[in-house]
Design a protein around this ligand. Sequence first.
Ligand code: PRP
Ligand code: ZN
Length: 292
Amino acid sequence: MNNRRIKIAVQKSGRLTENSLDLLARCGLRYSRSRERLFCYGENMPVDIMLVRDDDIPHLVRDGICELGIVGRNVIDEKATAADLDKVIALDYGHCRLCLAAPEDHAYDTPAALNGQRIATSYPVITRNWLTANDISAEIVEFSGAVEIAPRLGKADLICDLVSSGGTLAANHLRELSTILNSEAWLVAAPATQLDDFGREWVERLSQRVRGVQQVNGSKYIMLHAPRVKLAEITDLLPGSETPTVMPLDGRDDKVAVHAVCRETVFWETLESLKQAGASSMLVLPLEKMLA
Ligand code: PRP
Ligand code: ZN
């Protein structure tokens, strides 16, 4: 039992790789990369990282080869069903969208204009579901890559592909028509019923750490001095803070020290309003770890 380990599947090179490895490092995982870089051995936890093609991640997790995975919503919806995977946490990076796009001169007003057209995509499942839901009958032409050149090759009238900056569409003289899916990276796990106790325990522990990292990302610790008579007004101005800690200041009856975790961005404007309300000696500090 003591050589049992957990595996996390991560995209080996692509839009999610760097952020995903960085997230795992911030969860406290120290790992060494092997020569071929497909396997990272976790040095301080029984947790290893497998670097794989993103398209393979949903099946690796569903089939229990990896307990966890980090993968885009687009790949999840294309490759897995809701029963296959537990979508644990939306990670707020790797944002992109799956869009219908057409050559700039293609006439398009409503989705009904798609009837009878040929759509090239490497997302046949999502595209098919969207067409069905919108009552459109169009032909899907499956491409495994370079979808954006399909219209120029005469293989399709439109494409349905991922767009992030929009650079690829522009370079190929394609116009975005409508978004059919908004995507971001997700932490996914095998359904709890398929995991043993060890697997469940680590999935739970790592999920909690990921939540901790996310909370810290958007949070700051703020310290200030406030006139007693202005205390309520000042604490109301603290963005996204729960009950702040209020402490006496040595030798001062008119002022108190206020410490609070702010779960929203603390802007310069926020500090300026606090100052106007009478706050002084303000300090805003980054947070490193948080556990509720
Ligand atoms: C997608 C898509 C485009 C590009 C769009 O491919 O197929 O080529 O990104 O990005 P842009 O709007 O910023 O130009 P991706 O790199 O995700 O490849 P993958 O589908 O194989 O992961
Ligand atoms: Zn891919």
